[in-house]
Design a protein around this ligand. Structure first.
Ligand code: ADP
Ligand code: MG
Length: 227
């Protein structure tokens, strides 16, 4: 591939207080339009790695680059901007605001970037339609199933047209049928929107949908395989 990588991790090391070495020098690259699964048992360092890539936490050693910017050297304000403009986050627990409708939840990032109201409404409608919830725009999270809530969260993560999607066990709270649908949705979005996705999961069925698999074991990449 001659394309520039969107994500570069080089020798990323993280030691938590009490001496837990959560990452022991992790290096990899992810390219535009790739769906990369991060697999590993609970405690293998998946969340820690994704947090370092997304600039939610800083490593003790090593460097991370996203879209040509060195995340590990950015001051806090620039990091905030990078996260807002370049990276979409999806979490196991959905993280929706309970008092807001699906549409309002998806609109939150667009308010942060001060998008014009008409543009915001148009993009919200487009995104919710994209994830199959065009008919559920005005429902609150508690009026939606778990799978639907995660679809709203995915729509929200795409609001500002990120280059990178970081999903930490996005199907961890869903039954296996819904989990497969969500993973298929992520795969389709990677294809249609051209984003790069890093998805932590330990579900073997979902891993088969990835383009590539990073296998983490005790904080180190054991192997990199084509899925
Ligand atoms: P995974 O997401 O694969 O389950 P984590 O990245 O959450 O793994 O954790 C990797 C290791 O780091 C584990 O041993 C975990 O107990 C430890 N760890 C994670 N977060 C913290 C923290 N905030 N403080 C101390 N240890 C932590
Ligand atoms: Mg985790």
């Amino acid at each position: 591939m001659t394309k520039q990588p969107l994500v570069v991790a080089e020798g990323v090391r993280k030691v938590y207080p009490k001496g837990v070495e959560a990452l022991r020098g992790v290096s990899f690259e992810a390219y535009p339009g790739e769906l990369v699964a991060v697999r590993g048992r609970s405690g293998s360092g998946k969340t820690t790695l994704l947090n370092m890539i997304g600039g939610l936490d800083r490593p003790d050693e090593g460097r991370v680059e996203v879209a040509g910017r060195t995340v590990t050297e950015l001051p806090e304000a620039a990091l905030l901007e990078l996260r807002r403009d370049m990276i979409g986050f999806v979490f196991q627990s959905f993280g929706l605001i309970p008092v807001l409708s699906a549409a309002e939840n998806v609109g939150v990032p667009l308010r942060l970037t001060r998008a014009a109201v008409a543009e915001r409404e148009e993009r919200v409608r487009m995104l919710l339609t994209l994830v199959g919830l065009g008919d559920h725009m005005n429902q609150r999270p508690y009026e939606l199933s778990g799978g639907q809530q995660q679809r709203v969260a995915i729509a929200r993560s795409l609001a500002n047209r990120p280059r990178l999607l970081i999903a930490d066990e996005p199907t961890g709270q869903l039954d296996s049928h819904t989990a497969l649908q969500i993973m298929q949705l992520l795969q389709a979005l990677v294809r249609s929107e051209g984003v790069t996705a890093l998805v932590a999961t330990h579900d073997p069925k979902l891993i088969t949908l990835a383009d590539r698999v990073l296998e983490l074991h005790d904080g180190a990449i054991m192997q990199e395989t084509a899925a």
